[in-house]
Design a protein around this ligand. Structure first.
Ligand code: FAD
Length: 453
């Protein structure tokens, strides 16, 4: 008879049971697996992101038929204590790659080692683990396109499937109750359903429609990917097996997933870039601050800039906890280049409100727009909120959905209320800055910072 033994599976950004290499490793290592999630107080900050996490945990608890143990506290104390309590010699995890996660795991690993227990990392939340792709001289890629080519040539394992049998350790360890969460879509089954629906109904139009915030044409998988309710490996394998797997549309979708991998890789190699300019030569760029700027930033946060597509995006963010990618770029450009505010101010606001808030994708997405990040020479790229609105929301549907004060304007008229006699009939605010003036000002500042004048 096999002697009973227990390993711990410590869940983090991998809240699923399928295609989960660390779960398979845990199942192989002992007769029983104790599934654990540690509610670090920093995760319970009341943001939409933290509510989304709780909803995902609720679903995971059901998927483990209530074997999941939730413990509040600092993982550096909680995990070793639990390991001691159940006599575990191994704690299994998916390797964490963010600066905070890496620091935490080093501490947990050391505390476990002191009591003869190993922290075993298998897999990551990415198809190719951050840090694995380097150029011929062994250095990381700094620009997306060569990274993307190398990523595509790099092999990756097939999806790992689901363990045939899992013996969860039950009833031996008491957990803390999960705080109550509002109903929202979350969990592995919902993620897989959303993905399959998009694969069958949305993928083939993705390249044509993905930039249109007025259409529901993207997969909305950012939150499920963020919490690991689905792994990108599963998505990539399904695309490869699909009849349209090599189409332009599928390629465009895979490219977006590679952006996610790229930003995680950039963060892995440059942990400081989470909150500091990646390009040091632009660290000298002057920004505005003070009471007057605070006032303008407040208008931006609340969707009162007087630029309809910017306001629609900021209101969608506050109401839905999500914003379309094109509009994320437009609103980020407005804060950094029309209001001349340093990007971390906006990045923090996004993280405070997005359900998919992710330090790598968000903060490097902000740096990409601000021109301080990974792109070669984008400092002169200043999004014009009017032409962007007219191009990507051609009938004005998106703006009318989020800005009721403009609903009386038909079609693309919504993008320029100042051109219509009745534009301000419903108290829509007038423009807080003049875009053309601020664009010129931005170019002057960037040229100066680069030492060109
Ligand atoms: P789809 O178009 O269906 O794309 C599929 C998946 O690819 C997404 O779920 C996402 O995981 C990935 N992806 C798509 N575009 C990007 C991109 N530009 N960078 C990195 N990954 C991408 N994404 C986040 O997941 N979390 C964030 O906090 C975040 N903040 C952003 C902030 C700014 C300023 C910008 C410009 C982009 C940000 N993005 C962020 C990237 C992108 O906007 C979202 O991933 C996307 O809008 C999510 O919607 P979707 O799942 O329908 O995307």
């Amino acid at each position: 008879m096999v002697e009973a033994s227990t390993s711990i599976l410590w869940f983090r950004r991998d809240l699923r049971l399928t295609d989960h290499p660390a779960l398979l490793a845990a199942v192989d290592s002992a007769t029983h697996v104790l599934p654990v999630f540690v509610l670090d107080p920093r995760l319970l900050d009341g943001t939409p992101r933290s509510r989304r996490l709780l909803a995902s945990l609720e679903a995971l608890a059901k998927d483990t038929r209530d074997a999941l143990v939730i413990r509040r506290g600092d993982p550096v104390e909680v995990i070793p204590r639990l390991a001691k309590q159940v006599g575990a010699h191994q704690v299994h995890v998916s390797r964490e790659t963010t600066p905070y996660g890496r620091r935490r795991d080093e501490k947990v690993e050391k505390a476990l080692a002191d009591q003869g227990c190993a922290l075993v990392a298998t897999g990551t939340p990415y198809a190719v683990g951050p840090g694995r792709i380097v150029n011929q001289s062994g250095s990381p890629y700094k620009v997306f396109t060569p990274f993307s080519k190398a990523w595509q040539q790099h092999g990756r394992p097939a999806p790992a499937g689901r363990p045939k049998r899992i013996s969860w350790l039950r009833d031996e360890v008491r957990g803390d109750p999960l705080p109550r969460v509002p109903r929202m879509e979350a969990g592995e089954a919902a993620a897989l359903k959303r993905w399959k629906t998009f694969l069958h109904d949305g993928l083939t139009a993705y390249d044509r429609e993905r930039d249109r915030p007025d259409l529901d044409s993207t997969s909305r998988l950012s939150a499920p990917l963020k919490y690991g309710e689905i792994h990108p490996r599963t998505i990539l394998a399904d695309i490869a097996a699909h009849s349209a797997g090599r189409s332009k549309a599928a390629t465009a979708y895979v490219t977006e997933l590679i952006w996610r991998e790229f930003y995680a890789d950039v963060l892995w190699h440059n942990p400081r870039s989470a909150w500091h300019d990646l390009r040091p030569e632009l660290a000298r760029l002057p920004y505005d601050s003070g009471a007057e700027t605070d006032h303008l930033v407040e208008a931006w946060r609340e969707g009162r800039t007087g630029y309809p597509i910017v306001d629609a995006g900021m209101r969608q963010l506050l109401e839905e906890g999500w914003m379309h990618n094109r509009v994320r770029m437009i609103t980020a450009s407005f804060l950094t280049k029309d209001l001349h505010v340093w990007w971390p101010v906006g990045a923090q606001h996004f993280l405070d409100h997005l359900i998919d808030g992710d330090i790598a994708s968000n903060n490097h997405g902000w740096q990409w727009v601000a021109g301080t990040g990974t792109d070669a020479s984008p400092y002169f790229r200043v999004f014009n909120p009017v032409t962007q609105g007219r191009k990507f929301d051609p009938d004005g549907e998106y703006v009318r959905r989020w800005v009721p004060q403009l609903r009386h304007l038909g079609g693309a008229q919504v993008h320029e209320p100042w051109k219509h006699d009745n534009g301000y009939d419903d108290d829509y605010p007038t423009r807080i800055v003049d875009h053309d003036e601020e664009r010129k000002e931005t170019l002057v500042r960037y040229e100066r910072a680069r030492g060109h004048s």
